[in-house]
Design a protein around this ligand. Structure first.
Ligand code: SF4
Length: 256
């Protein structure tokens, strides 16, 4: 089955899960790579993709007897965030895939905003925007990961096709802080991907386009061996950066 742009898996999980409980793999009290400023990053359990280079593979499996996550009530999580609130600008919910838990996170964000904090979502972009309207409304910014624009089943190990609907929609609402592509050779067509994304985001001067050279540190041994052969050279990364700039993206950050 081909899943066009969004996964209905997310909706199903949301309906099955208790809306008052969030399965959390890890909380990082102070993070500075998950959006602007010092932020508390919350990594949920469960993802609708299964990327070959995933650095949080333990978060992929949907909550089950084998997964070892902590289940937080809204009150518990708010109390934890309150402890950090004097030192942070906001929170970022990442994963796994945060949009799988849109009902809970919508409630969470409404409460967190009362503390004067901003609320971000880090997403792989595979969601049904109609189904998460409330979440979109209450989210300040999205960090939006585009895995590639074609042959995505190779890199995500799911039968999906990407379209730019969700990204364009969030850009129009000025809800995107960063678009990100993990650059891995052969699994995705890097030039086509960077070209297509750059053409979509070039008019949004404030949006950062982050090009991340895939790396294997922290991956399981078998996984790392596979990835090693597909790492772009520094020269290739700079060429991609220049390509994005030549199309008109003002704010390109390359992570080598
Ligand atoms: S979308 Fe992110 S968390 Fe999910 S499998 Fe891919 S890299 Fe891992």
């Amino acid at each position: 089955m081909i899943i066009h742009m969004y996964s209905t898996e997310g909706q199903e999980i949301n309906m099955k899960m208790e809306k008052s409980i969030l399965p959390v793999k890890q909380i990082i009290p102070f993070a500075n790579v998950d959006g602007k400023g010092n932020r508390t990053a919350i990594f949920v359990q469960g993802c609708n993709l299964n990327c070959v280079y995933c650095h949080n593979p333990e978060t992929i499996k949907l909550p089950c007897a084998e997964t070892n996550e902590t289940k937080y009530t809204l009150e518990d999580l708010i109390n934890i965030i309150k402890q950090y609130s004097p030192y942070i600008r906001g929170i970022t919910v990442s994963g796994g895939e945060a949009t799988l838990y849109s009902s809970y996170i919508t409630q969470l964000f409404k409460e967190v905003k009362k503390l004067g904090l901003t609320c971000y979502i880090d997403t792989n972009g595979i969601f049904n925007k109609e189904k998460i309207q409330d979440l979109i409304e209450v989210t300040d910014k999205f960090l939006f990961d585009v895995k590639g624009i074609n042959s995505l089943s190779k890199v995500t190990r799911k039968d999906i096709e990407f379209s730019f609907d969700n990204l364009e929609y969030l850009l129009k609402l000025d809800k995107v802080e960063e678009v990100r592509t993990v650059c891995i050779k052969d699994y995705i067509d890097l030039k086509d991907t960077v070209t297509a994304i750059s053409n979509v985001i070039k008019r949004n001067n404030n949006v950062i386009y982050k090009l991340i050279r895939v790396h294997y540190r922290g991956l399981k041994k078998e996984q790392a061996i596979n990835i090693k052969d597909f790492i772009p050279s520094k020269k290739e990364m700079i060429e991609l950066e220049n390509l994005a700039k030549s199309i008109g993206v003002k704010n390109v950050v390359t992570i080598l």
